[in-house]
Design a protein around this ligand. Structure first.
Ligand code: ADP
Length: 533
């Protein structure tokens, strides 16, 4: 009696020997784990008729039939019925019969002399399992091929002899060539590299051959079995009748296909990005040049103006009446403002280009902060604002750039004065905690809305204060932030609209390795760090 756990199995025997047929018919119903339905035919043609109609799981196939012989018999069955597991029945084995029948698409073979239930059972089981595994792998392979074919970047499969075996449609569109003019050619030839076509030594051998980079890259991947990423290559390609010079970014990954080394090569056209980068670089250079020239052209006459004002104000040219003094004062303040503005713009440009150098020296903190205090105290007094200074008793000596730290602190006090109404109060506090020097500037001014706090350090960003607009460039805090970060420090803000703001600068006491030069990349890292804080 059959167990109810058995698997139904549709078996077709293709065998012209009566004896063998009979033997199989006797044994197959006794297979364990299966409940087989068995049909048999004695020619290939008869087999085709049934294979088209019934859903067979397994074919037991004799290779020498009246209408077919040899390994081609397997090919015919496989072509006719891709899903069936094929077990080849052979009279006698030769050494590599396994490899031969597998290559043609069969899953197993069985020697007639081994016809016994146990061997038959095992062979059937292996054949069915192998077929299932192959189907899973085939499906995966088809998925991968679909991804390869549909990729929006150019994809090439290159064999170990550096010959292109498969490409996707993107490559075809890039090269304006038919698949037949790409496949089975060297990489340079496939892409249409001009050096390839002109070079008698073949692809990648010309000294002028930019394409070497890709050939070398792919060779390296095949040899080392390690991937390469985004090599940027400036090609000269012949597309149709025109010569073009695209920038391509090439990445390659090693893969094994049918036991031999291949490389999957992804080729992305980055010409537009490269052009944009070049344009940006050019624009930045023009901007830097422009700023330097304009600033210089502004500074020279400004210096002369200031000098003139100072001479008249000092009454060297004669006594001034009150009105004259008042108007000259206004002229002086504005000339000074213009001077600060030019300094800010120039400073910022230097930061932007990564050219700002710090002059590090050991400083007496009190002296430095007092200097900033003194610079700003007159402006505070004029606005009727109390400017308080508070030190903790013991302040250590700290290494920093004196001029830059004075600039940062005066910038903060200057802002506090600008954004605090008359009668307000500003306190400048200096203390030291753990490994840090802490300088804070608190005011009782307008305050900054919470959602705008992260933006105030961006260049040119200014908070709007309707009805209480204050003049400025929006560069001050961006400069303060850069100065502090160049020292390896940080800056924090606490603010409440209508109550006031506190900016706190933390500087390391023992800056181990303070970077005195910021590259563009460092600059971006700093920007990101701050944006994410
Ligand atoms: P500027 O002062 O030239 O406008 P900053 O970069 O120094 O540029 O400051 C950016 C903005 O941050 C200012 O426009 C202002 O809105 C805000 N801000 C800076 N400091 C204060 C402060 N102490 N109180 C209120 N708002 C401030």
């Amino acid at each position: 009696m059959k167990s109810h756990c058995t698997e139904p199995l549709n078996i077709l025997i293709v065998e012209d020997s009566q004896t063998n047929n009979k033997q199989l018919h006797q044994m197959l119903p006794k297979l364990s784990g299966y409940s087989p339905t068995i049909k048999s035919v004695n020619s290939l043609n008869a087999a085709f008729k049934l294979l088209g109609k019934d859903n067979f799981n397994v074919v037991l196939l004799n290779l020498d039939l009246p209408d077919s012989s040899g390994l081609d018999t397997i090919t015919s069955v496989r072509r006719n019925c891709p899903e069936v597991a094929i077990i080849v029945v052979i009279d006698e084995s030769d050494e590599d019969i396994g490899a031969k029948i597998f290559a043609k698409g069969a899953q197993e073979f069985i020697l007639k002399e081994n016809y016994n239930l146990q061997t038959l059972n095992k062979t059937l089981h292996y054949a069915i399992e192998r077929k299932r595994t192959q189907e899973v792998l085939d499906r995966k392979q088809r998925h991968l091929e679909a991804v390869f074919d549909a990729a929006p970047v150019g994809m090439m499969l290159v064999a170990e002899n550096m010959i292109v075996k498969r490409v996707n449609n993107t490559i075809r569109q890039m090269t304006h060539k038919k698949f037949s003019k790409i496949i089975d050619r060297s990489i340079g030839s496939a892409l249409g590299c001009i050096n390839h076509t002109n070079d008698p030594n073949g692809c990648g051998n010309s000294s002028a051959c930019q394409e070497c980079a890709i050939t070398e890259g792919v060779k390296a991947v095949l040899d080392s079995q390690q991937s390469v990423h985004e090599i940027e290559i400036h090609f000269t390609l012949k597309i149709g009748d025109s010569i073009i010079t695209p920038w391509l970014s090439v990445s390659a990954e090693p893969v094994m296909i049918d036991g031999s080394k291949h490389a999957v090569v992804a080729v992305d056209d980055i010409t537009d990005r490269k052009k944009a980068e070049e344009k940006l670089k050019e624009t930045m250079e023009i901007k830097a040049q422009f700023i330097a020239t304009v600033s210089h052209e502004l500074r020279t006459p400004l210096a002369a103006m200031k000098e003139g004002i100072a001479i008249v104000l000092d009454e060297i040219t004669g006594k001034l009446n009150e009105k004259q003094q008042k108007f000259l004062d206004i002229a002086k303040r504005n000339a000074d403002r213009l001077g600060f503005l030019i300094d800010d713009v120039l400073d910022f440009q230097k930061f932007d280009e990564g050219k700002m150098q710090l002059v590090l020296q050991t400083n007496n903190v009190k002296e430095v902060v007092l200097e900033a205090y003194e610079i700003m105290s007159l402006a505070a007094k004029k606005k009727g604002i109390d400017l308080l200074l508070e030190f903790t008793d013991e302040l250590p000596e700290v290494k920093f750039d004196r001029g830059k730290i004075i600039q940062a602190v005066t910038n903060l006090i200057n802002n506090a004065i600008k954004f605090t109404p008359q009668e307000g109060q500003i306190s400048l506090k200096v203390m030291h905690q753990a490994e840090e020097l802490v300088i804070s500037v608190s005011d009782t001014g307008l305050g900054i809305p919470k959602d705008q706090i992260p933006k105030i350090f961006e260049r040119f960003y200014r908070v709007s204060h309707p009805g209480k607009e204050v003049k400025g460039t929006g560069l001050g805090l961006a400069i303060v932030k850069k100065i502090v970060m160049l020292h390896g420090g940080r800056i924090e803000v606490e603010s409440e609209v209508g109550r006031g703001t506190t900016f706190t600068v933390f500087l390391p006491l023992f800056a181990k390795e303070v970077k005195t030069f910021l590259t563009k990349q460092d600059d971006e890292i700093l920007e990101n760090m701050l944006a994410n804080n």
